[in-house]
Design a protein around this ligand. Structure first.
Ligand code: IFM
Length: 482
């Protein structure tokens, strides 16, 4: 592996020969066909049909219509040259009511998907849960109750037995932080509940569900590689002030440590247990033995990284404003008594997320130092920008190319530092249903014209194709790069 010459204007940085390049999607965001072949309703069907919940009243009813255009999308993946495709299975297609016998027509869709990938020499990377809980399970308490984790275990068993022979890489959960804290705490995601005590209980039951799934996968799929995908962040304090340092520690505790510590060290962080001591039911739902279930060995960690965050204690808001900072309430952490501040000069995506590629490097190094040397896959990384189709029928998304280039280069920095990164999946193959933002935010490297469903590869698609083909990234220092 070459070491970056920081004095060069641009240098080509090769990846190890076996490095895995991929693209990622998730079922509710692309499939559509929400009543096809016996699929039942999920919490996202309910939430997206709730007035005011999603931008413009958008829903996933049709989305990219991937359910009916699967072959075309698989051809796009083949053209892109990826070695792997990360997709998720919709629990309500497999068990329409969240329990009971398998719906064979639902499973058959994923069987065809996997066969299509195999025919194209693309490895399936299967996520079992990307947020679409069957609605009847939510009606029975959702992730706030233990029974949902037991139901998840049954569902995993069905999927593993049905599809196991052709899938090696299994991801139990995608971003359980979002399912718990955005879904039950901030109420920004389905099921739209705003109750910190429930969010903490959901946090625990989701991790418990992950733990239950691991041995089931191992017994149903000999040789399975099992992991979990976490959305992790790099939180910096806005100043050296002790209150801001403490605020950054709280944000880190909630987003990162509440998940990494139980999975890798078999314990919850003391400061977070203390912080949530008085909420109900909170972490009191934990039973003896749960942490052993949660912390049993896995084979890899999936990391989703998008943006950095700089936080201050809420009490220091006016001071920060006086100093000229743009301060925003941190709606994603309603209980943590902190504010986000923007770092002047840093670029932003159309999600309003700041761009700081070096945050990915420091995060990866920290995971290695504090938690695990297991293989890491970047299971999501990408950016939404205000793309448009130009008069020559092209989408020249140079800002996305720059974002990807900087982040892939930052991942290379981590490799150079000895972190065991083995693969990278761009988010996302297609423009899709971006949850509470509906179709207003485009993350795809392929443009989707939602009224017709037509696909158009963007400039970033061609750039990523070349990156994969050359198995290298050209590092070009951006102006003001950190
Ligand atoms: O679109 C989402 C995805 O479903 C989960 N991770 C973050 C992406 C961008 O917000």
């Amino acid at each position: 592996m070459t070491t970056l010459d920081k004095n060069a204007i641009a240098s080509v940085r090769p990846f190890p020969p076996e490095f895995l390049w991929g693209a990622a999607t998730a079922c509710y965001q692309i499939e559509g066909a929400v009543t096809a072949d016996g699929r039942g309703p999920s919490i996202w069907d309910t939430f997206s049909h709730t007035p005011g919940a999603v931008w413009n009243g958008d829903t996933g009813d049709i989305a990219c219509n991937h359910y009916h255009r699967m072959d075309e999308d698989l051809d796009l993946l083949q053209r892109l040259g990826v070695g792997a495709y990360r997709f998720s299975v919709a629990w309500p297609r497999v068990q329409p009511s969240g329990q009971g016998p398998a719906n064979m027509r639902g499973l058959d869709f994923y069987r065809r998907l996997i066969d299509g990938l195999r025919r194209r020499d693309i490895e399936p990377t299967l996520t079992l849960y990307h947020w679409d809980l069957p609605q009847p399970l939510e009606d029975a308490g959702g992730w706030c109750v233990r029974d949902t984790a037991e139901r998840f275990a049954d569902y995993v068993d069905i999927v593993a037995r049905a599809l196991g022979t052709d899938v090696e890489h299994w991801i139990t959960l995608n971003e359980p932080w979002c399912s718990s804290w955005l879904g039950y705490g901030a109420g920004e995601h389905a099921p739209g509940v705003k109750d910190i005590g429930k969010a903490a209980a959901a946090n625990h039951h989701l991790l418990y569900a992950h733990g239950l799934a691991v041995p089931i996968l191992r017994s149903a799929v000999p040789g399975a590689k099992v992991g979990i995908t976490l959305n992790l962040g790099d939180h910096q304090p806005g100043s050296m002030h002790e209150l801001d340092q403490a605020a950054a520690k709280r944000a880190d505790g909630n987003l990162n440590r509440l998940f990494l510590e139980p999975v890798f060290h078999g314990r919850y962080p003391e400061d977070m247990l203390e912080h949530y001591r008085d909420v109900s039911p909170g972490f009191s739902v934990m039973r003896d033995g749960d942490l052993e279930v949660i912390s049993q060995p896995i084979d890899f960690l999936g990391v989703n990284y998008y943006f950095p965050s700089t936080v201050i204690d809420a009490s220091r808001e006016s001071e920060a404003r006086l100093a000229g900072y743009y301060v925003s309430p941190d709606v994603q952490f309603p209980d943590l008594n902190l504010r986000s501040i923007e770092t002047p000069g840093r670029g932003k995506t159309s999600m309003d997320w700041e761009i700081k590629a070096s945050g990915l490097t420091s995060l990866l190094v920290r995971i290695r130092d504090d938690y695990t040397d297991l293989p890491i896959y970047i299971t999501e990384n990408g950016a939404a920008f205000d793309d448009y189709v130009d008069p020559d029928n092209r989408v020249l998304d140079h800002n996305r190319v720059a974002y990807l280039q900087e982040h892939i280069s930052a991942m290379h920095d981590a490799l150079d530092a000895g972190v065991n990164v083995q693969g990278y999946f761009v988010w996302s193959l297609l423009d899709n249903f971006e949850w509470a933002f509906g179709y207003s935010r485009r993350f795809g490297i392929v443009w989707v014209d939602f009224p017709t469903g037509n696909r158009l590869p963007k400039e970033s698609f061609h750039w990523y194709c070349e990156t994969i083909r050359s198995n290298s990234v050209v590092y070009a220092r951006s102006v003001g790069a950190e």
